[in-house]
Ligand binder design. Structure first.
Ligand SMILES: [Fe+2]
Length: 434
């Protein structure tokens, strides 16, 4: 036995060394602001919102400067605070809305308190009218959110570093009422959404599961969702946190909660789109109008029947969805209750393009059909969409950076779109025999 480690001299040295090390203070995560998420306001040219957890309710905003003296020109903004109970304890969440901002202006902001401020972080407001821009669209992260999603989020940001925001079409996490799952989401996305506004869509996996008479109901918006995101408060009554809209440089974006109360939202959507003027309109919701997973069947039903007639009537250009853990993009489609897998898209079609996509590691077999112009499975994808005047340019990329799908929409004088598809060398990633 080596006695050198236990000699009196060694023990004395060890004790002295330990005494010299300052004690590690017990620290609650809430001491410092974390989970900081930006969101666009209804008018993206003049407003911005932020939500965060812990760290105090202070908020400061200043014009961006070339040097470090940001606090000299900073003004304070009032925040709202709320205690939210989660499975990991009760946490204080805060939110604030920046208003009366100047269009096309970069600001620095920070949240927290005089003791622990977040880093100063920049955001830029939208132009007051139509102007070219890009945004990122992602399908479900949900599974492998810690292990497999960060590389995709990174790749999307590298592809579009000037993106106006990142839209995530629901099922951001697997269990939305479990705090640890959100920790995983912040490991993948937290570094980015501090400065790049997030447009979150409520999926079925974010909702509370309530069991009544042994039947599961996925209809409850968890309190955590309301704490995590400061979203435009312009949805239909009772759905203000999960259905909302905002305008960005000539495009009206509408987010729906496809989990429930669809008829109520359809009436609201009709009004929101009627007032959009000549803007493009893009809708996002979690459940797809046209399912792409084999296991979902043809999906005739409630989501399609509730919303698609409104999309047709109001000329929605593009619908961005998730839920089916595979990739699918249609031609120009209009509502047809009898549509089946034999329907063929033609060049003279008018209507809306529908996309389902996925980021996370859970993958379903994809169901092909002639009207599904591009499909794929066992793929992690990100999408970048660019709008410039009368043209919308869409690209879907695989996680390793190859273009998997690409098309353009050109707006015609009568308001309908012409679809121009781009074929690439990369083949469709399908199950053998499909
Ligand atoms: Fe889902």
């Amino acid at each position: 036995m080596d006695t050198r480690l236990t000699s009196p001299r060694t023990c004395l040295l060890l004790v002295l060394t330990l005494l010299a090390i300052p004690a590690i203070p017990s620290r609650s995560v809430a001491e410092r602001p974390d989970r900081i998420v930006l969101s666009r306001g209804e008018d993206a040219a003049t407003t911005m919102a932020v939500a965060w957890r812990g760290g105090g309710s202070g908020v400061q905003i200043a014009p961006a400067l070339p040097g470090p003296d940001l606090k000299d020109g900073a003004i304070s903004v009032e925040a709202e605070s709320e205690d939210i109970e989660t499975d990991s304890g009760t946490w204080e969440y805060h939110s604030a809305v920046f208003t009366d901002l100047k269009p096309e202006t970069t600001y620095a902001y920070r949240v927290g308190s005089g003791i622990h401020w977040s880093p100063w972080t920049h955001f830029t407001t939208a132009a007051a009218g139509a102007k070219p821009f890009s945004f990122i669209y992602l399908g479900d992260l949900q599974n492998g959110v810690r292990s497999h999603c960060r590389r995709v989020v990174h790749a999307a940001y590298r592809e579009a570093p000037d993106a106006a925001f990142m839209l995530q079409a629901g099922d951001l996490v697997n269990r939305g009422n479990e705090d640890d799952h959100w920790d995983g989401w912040f490991e993948s996305c937290g570094w980015l959404v501090h400065g790049l506004p997030l447009v979150p869509v409520l999926g079925n996996h974010e909702t509370h599961v309530v069991t009544v008479n042994d039947k599961k109901h996925y209809n409850q918006t968890p309190p955590l969702w309301k704490g995590l995101f400061a979203l435009p408060d312009n949805g239909p009554e009772g759905l203000e946190d999960t259905a909302y809209w905002f305008d960005y440089q000539g495009v009206r974006f509408v987010v729906l909660n496809s989990n429930h109360e669809r008829d109520k939202q359809a009436a609201w959507l009709d009004d929101v789109l009627a007032g959009r003027g000549d803007k493009w309109s893009i809708v996002s919701m979690h459940h797809p109008v046209y399912p792409s997973a084999v296991k979902r069947g043809t999906g005739k039903g409630r989501v399609r029947d509730a919303f698609q007639p409104v999309f047709d009537r109001r000329g929605v250009d593009l619908v961005l969805q998730g839920h089916d853990h595979s990739y699918m993009r249609t031609g120009l489609m209009r509502h047809d209750p009898e549509i089946d897998e034999h329907h063929v898209a033609t060049e003279s079609d008018t209507g809306t393009v529908y996309v389902n996509s996925v980021v996370g590691s859970k993958q379903y077999d994809v169901a092909t059909a002639p009207f599904k112009r591009r499909t794929g499975q066992n793929l992690q994808l990100y999408q970048v969409i660019h709008i410039d005047g009368d043209a919308l340019h869409y690209r879907a990329y695989t996680a390793d950076g190859n273009v998997y799908d690409e098309f353009k929409l050109e707006k015609q004088r009568d308001g309908t779109n012409r679809l121009i598809e781009q074929r690439h060398g990369i083949g469709e990633n399908l199950q053998p025999g499909n």
